[in-house]
Design a protein around this ligand. Sequence first.
Ligand code: BGC
Length: 364
Amino acid sequence: MFTARNLLVAVSFILSIVTGLVLARGGQTATSQSTGGAPTPGGKQEIRIGLSLDTLKEARWQVDKRLFEERVTALGGTPITLSANSDDTTQIGDVEKLITQNVDVLVVVPHDGKAMAKAVTLAHEAGIPVIAYDRLITDSDLDLYVSFDNIKVGELQAKFVVDHLPTPGKGTIVRIHGSKTDNNAFLFKQGQDNVLEPYLKSGDIKVIHEDWADDWKTENGKKIMNAAVTSHGGAFDAVLAANDGTAGGAVQALIEEGMAGKKVVTGQDAELVACQRIVQGTQSMTIYKSIKTLATNAAEIAMKMAQGKPVIARSSVNNGKIEVPAVLNEVVVVTKDNIKDTVIQEGFHSEKDVFAVAAAPQAP
Ligand code: BGC
């Protein structure tokens, strides 16, 4: 049985791992033997935090970048950000550039979680600790993972579908998974499977079509939806789309088929366009993952690591090689009913923006 003592032991074990890593790799900036940073005019050691992004093409990553950089700067550090345009070779090149620029800590949103194991090795060879941001880097000696409870995201999406089918717990669905290069895509699916399994087993819910959207592209979400409609017409009740980007593609296809607003459609990220679709009725829900919390956490942790201060991680995640200390943030389901009390109240989007196009002509 999992007792409070077990928890305490686990927490202190994880804490000691993180502290150990900080002492072993980060923290060197606090001493004169620093390999990172550069002296500032006042003679003080500058702390540089490298951020290697997969992409900036989805709206959320632009917010992640801005908030992360703002927090690092507010804490006296210098953020250096590079974005790889969804290309692994470019991302490894970016990491090499950041290492050459003597960053003290490297924060990575991997395009491909496996391919970026090499980035961890390269950074460690230079004595730089690595934090995986939002997406896990697998099969590596990663120092820390800062993200959300991604299995829970999938569970909430699937539970929403089950509860909102015309006959709750019974129906036919299309599933649009994320990019196979992203570990999160598998976690979202795993969470969905946790909820769907009994219904699939009993035959109450049937998946009539499913596929993976390469690179999470909206156009690939649309292609998957088109393929489902080509084979099955309108004979489905819901589209279990893994994120708002792919949901956007699915909704576009549904608009063209005259089915928009008639099917349950899920998503995640609470992107502005998705929130607009929710108030318009063409998307049913999204998952709000506070980017502010994630970016702020990651920036604060990176700065602490750079200064050799201890970092507390209350969870851990197995990345195929080690148990990686993890900081996982909470997520919230957003629907038409609570959109004002969640994303709008928290200032993620303004009410004016969310409702801006609500009066625009609806799809046929
Ligand atoms: C993130 C999602 C995002 C997707 C595509 C995932 O790893 O967790 O929030 O929608 O990547 O960028």
